[in-house]
Design a protein around this ligand. Sequence first.
Ligand code: ATP
Length: 599
Amino acid sequence: MNTTKKFITKLYHNILFIIKNTKVLFAISLLFYILSGMIPYVHVTALSTIITEGDKIICNNAAVMDTSIIYGIIMLAIAILMDRLLLLGQMPLASVLSYQIKTKVDCLIVEKTSKLSYEYVESSAFQTKLKAVYKFANQLPNLYKTALQILKSVIIMTSLMIGFQGSFYLAFIIMVGCLPQFLLSYKIRKKQHELDLQVTSDQRLQEYYKELLTKSQSVKERHLFGLKGLFTTRWENISYDIHKKYALFRYKSLRLNFLGDISNIAGYMIALVLLLLTPSIDGAGFLSLSVALTAIQNGVNAFIGDCIAIRGQVLDDDVVYDFLEEHEDIQHPCDLKEPITSFTFDHVSFTYKGSSIRALDDVNVTLNAGETIVIVGENGAGKTTFIKMLLGLYPCQGGKVLCNHQSVDTLNRNTYFKRISTIFQHYNKYPFTIAQNIKMTLGEEAKPTEDMISCAKEAGIHDWVSSLPKGYNTLLTHLRPKGIEVSGGQWQKIAIARGQTKPADVFIMDEPTASLDPLMEAEIMNKFMNMDSRSIKIIVSHRVGMATKADKIIVFEKGKLVEVGRHKDLIQNKGVYAQLYESQAKWYTSYSSKEGESS
Ligand SMILES: Nc1ncnc2c1ncn2[C@@H]1O[C@H](COP(=O)(O)OP(=O)(O)OP(=O)(O)O)[C@@H](O)[C@H]1O
């Protein structure tokens, strides 16, 4: 009882969502379905009239047709024509309705994802859930069709039963015969939903292997390491596993469906025999009643099919609606109104989910406006995690990260991120023009702006871009028909220019220069450090060469902040920084000597 109530509430909620988002179109659709629900009654009534009147004409050898039979023929023609017209009208309506619902749901999913914590969104569990959500969201528009289809089936059955003139018990027998079909189909549909969810994770992997085999980005490694065969085998194996699960499910469903069919046929046969045994019935009466019985059975079967479909649909839709209603555990109520003047890490610790190692361990440091900060440390030392905590991408587990003395966790993301420009090692490569890659808001044919050119010069790409036939309006990547591919270093410089174009109080570069040669890297970093004396500039790097001019060097080791200070002081300390500097000395002495030559 509780389950039925829950189901009806959910169904009501889901249909309401569809009505709210489609309004007039839904009303027209409803009218179409009501009209087409009445057609079988008109059809059967017309046929009965034709059979009964035809029988009279044949038995009486009458030469002239009665008006009733002409009436019947006209009615039949109208019913067939209307049925066809309504069907034709429903097609474009269904297409527009589906588009409206799908677009709305897709927007809601994107909006929801943006409100969930970064930590949760990057987890595998979330990505699998999102895949399931999109899979089921695709089918969301089917709900309105199924719901209206049920309404149509109810109208068909009711109108036929009313026209059945008293022999309700026959219709009842037909319905009882259909009951096992209903129960079995219900069970099958629930299992299908469970299977759909269960295979989602495998489907993600299957798609990944397919991408490895087809995407241009993976073509080099695939050829050079001879991985095609390996990836193909893995893709085939996982595809086979998924197929096997569905094949097994279909086989089991088929057996259950067959049992349902037997009971269905038995019900119809019993009703037919009882009809034959009715004492007062003549040939024409038997014929027209058996036509009506067939129509009722078809109506009941369609009704059962639709009920099962709607039950399954609500199960599937729940995955989408549950996701949309998921609790957003992060609250960012405070707007950041003032420019950023400081960051304070106050005993900050952080451990990634599923990891036993502290990525940050009791970190204490303050960063002030006007400072240039270089963060160094070996692989896995905690540099990127430090930046992510500063950006508030992960909530603090221990201690606090403060921005202008306010906890970063409470800051409204829009107002906070507006003031920070970050370029990560793994930045996006957009299939837009070079100008758009630097300044997203520009149109495809728009001329480059002054500030954009200045940032492109700082990033060292202006001369190269100017030498291209279409200059800043050159389209990038082979995703675009006339797009060109550029080198890793050129992409990096474009990303750096993008980061510098954004007006901000804080500029962060998390190793975006790995593809550049050390001299070019040092040149770009030098310019970066000198770009705006009031802002906070943070550079994350393994290469300590650029730290010599920093106001503050932060050294990480195994999640711990082990040293903070200026180059000279840290060298004198002879600690981790001094060792790193020593071991990398040869990289930057060549730059220093080059700089010396040029000056
Ligand atoms: N998403 C993640 N989930 C679990 N553990 C992670 C994740 N990202 C990083 N780690 C772990 O956290 C620790 C710190 O990683 P972090 O990326 O901050 O180091 P890093 O100093 O930036 O390293 P690199 O110089 O190699 O980029 C490492 O032990 C790393 O394995």
